[in-house]
Design a protein around this ligand. Structure first.
Ligand code: FAD
Length: 492
């Protein structure tokens, strides 16, 4: 992918069918679906693909077992179907994952078994495996570090797992290869309108140079996640839905705390939520929390209180208990929950389903949702545009679109003993995947910072020099990267 070419296309003055704002899961789902119907698509991402929430998920492809407790059956069925889409069309970045719910009373065992059997039933033909009630002995065989005292057995069920930001990047490659124009470090500054007051495009800003230019489009989609209300405000949209940002934090531990390929699902934490311990690459991700966080930021940070909460709840289920000094990294994201504008709902009570709303001037906003359902969210947004008569009725074929595999074969030396990437991979990403900063390379083309913060800082200088060599940047640029990365690393 080539920034100059993509910019030239955006500046060419041609009219697009769909202009998408936001390069996270939602925006990429919209662009993918529009393209599958043969529409001309452009997408602008202000910072980097997945820089917002889409790099900070728990990495589960799931229907959401716990949404069943809220009676959100429709959402669960939809997500189970979409889970299969990702597992099929992005099989290089996703896989089937087994989970065990340990139980310490027989009553609990039957209760969770019944819930997960319902989950199986709802999966129907999309089922990935049958839920099993397993003995204490088998549970401990599968999860040797599980707390033994009082254990009665486990329930084993199946879901999916993926690499969230690699999926973002491979979606960008897929869309650009199929003729779309998707670019990072390029934002929407303001909307443009026709004589009847309808949106007919926007003014874009090249964030690398500060230059602005106009883009014409028959429709514009706001897919800016927790920033959706800010984007709507550019157009003074008033809807009866508001975005409630809710922070979810994770800690990352060494695999020895799990000693298993199976994940643990703790069904009830001290605040009544679920907590996952999931093997991912060479580590274990433990999370998450759910804290309403009115402050909008690209890099939210796990608080001491959240870290203590996660450690305490995980420790209750493990023989060898993790402490603060065992934490390899932390990461936190803001859930863009779409809630009715009435007071009093706790974030865990707000439905995770997505909403598509259209303003008087025609701005289409896709709100809420989850990673697993990104394709369906895109399909719904484009259906809405067609229903409003903005585009001709063409059938969605996004379900049939295979996602490009951008991960090269590993050859040569690993960049660090604690990081599962080689220098040849980093070089390929820096050359081909619209990398502009060390953070792009170490946080989103690879997942180094999430896997091991100190090891990432150890290789930072070499990574900066690699990018500088490829792009011909000077020492001033290198110094700025060092400073910027140190700032970002404070949130991990
Ligand atoms: C802690 C946590 C765990 C989660 N775990 C899971 C999980 O395991 N499985 C699952 O399915 N879902 C999960 N989710 C949900 C999922 O991650 C989100 O629903 C999804 O990533 C939201 O994507 P988005 O594209 O809407 O938002 P974002 O990823 O935030 O993307 C919005 C983008 O818009 C850009 N932007 C803003 N303003 C502008 C502008 N003016 N011009 C151009 N671009 C702009 C931003 O830079 C940003 O990149 C989790 C969420 C959280 C917070």
């Amino acid at each position: 992918m080539n920034r100059k070419k993509l910019l030239a296309d955006l500046k060419s003055g041609k009219e697009y069918d769909v202009l998408v704002i936001g390069g996270g899961a939602t925006g990429l789902g919209v662009a993918l679906d529009a393209l599958s119907r043969g529409f001309k698509v452009a997408l602008l991402e202000k910072v980097d693909f997945g820089k917002g929430t889409s790099s900070k998920a728990t990495k589960l492809l799931h229907g959401g077992v716990r949404y069943l407790q809220n009676g959100d059956v429709g959402l669960v069925i939809e997500a189970l179907r979409e889970r299969e889409y990702v597992l099929t069309q992005a099989s290089h970045l996703s896989h089937i994952q087994k989970f065990v719910i340990p139980h310490y009373s027989h009553w609990q065992g039957w209760y969770y078994w019944a819930g997960l059997k319902t989950y199986d039933l709802l999966s129907g033909s999309h089922s990935l495996g049958i839920t099993r009630k397993i003995s204490k002995e088998e549970t401990l065989e599968l999860l040797p570090n599980l707390k033994k005292k009082g254990l009665k057995g486990g329930i084993e069920y199946t879901d999916g797992q993926f690499d969230d930001t690699r999926l973002c990047i491979d979606l960008v490659s897929t869309i650009n290869k199929l003729g779309g124009t998707v670019l990072n470090y390029c934002s929407l500054d303001s909307f443009t309108y026709d004589e009847s007051g309808k949106i007919n495009g926007g003014v874009a800003k090249d964030e690398m140079t500060g230059g602005t230019f106009e883009i014409k489009s028959k429709s514009v989609v706001n897919a800016t996640g927790v920033f959706a209300e800010q984007t709507m405000a550019l157009e003074s949209v008033d809807t009866d839905i508001k975005i409630v940002p809710a922070r979810g934090s994770h800690i990352v531990l060494d695999r020895s705390f799990l000693q298993s390929e199976e994940a643990i699902m703790i069904p009830k934490t001290t605040d009544g939520r679920v907590l996952f311990l999931v093997p991912w690459h060479n580590v274990v991700i433990v999370g998450t929390t759910d804290v309403v966080s009115p402050k909008l930021t690209m890099e939210p940070k796990a608080t001491e209180k959240e870290i203590n909460f996660i450690l305490k709840n995980a420790a209750q289920y493990l023989e060898r208990k993790p402490t603060k000094k065992d934490i390899l990294s932390t990461f936190a994201g803001l859930r863009p929950l779409a809630a009715p504008k009435r007071e009093g709902l706790k974030s865990k009570e707000i439905s995770r389903s997505h909403k598509v709303v259209v303003s008087k001037a025609g701005l289409v906003s896709v709100l809420g949702g989850k990673w697993t359902t990104f394709r369906k969210m895109g399909e719904d947004a484009i259906d809405k545009i067609i229903n409003k008569g903005k585009l001709p009725d063409k059938e969605s074929k996004s379900e049939e679109t295979k996602i490009h595999n951008g991960t090269p074969k590993q050859t040569g030396e690993y960049i660090h003993t604690k990081l599962p990437y080689t220098w040849n991979e980093l070089e390929k990403y820096a050359k081909e995947e619209l990398v502009e900063t060390a953070e792009d390379l170490l946080c989103r083309r690879t997942r180094c910072i999430l896997l091991h913060k100190q090891a990432t800082l150890d290789v930072l200088d070499q990574a900066i020099q690699l990018i500088a060599r490829i792009k011909g940047y000077d020492e001033v640029w290198e110094e700025k990267q060092r400073w910027n990365f140190a700032e970002t690393a404070k949130s991990y």
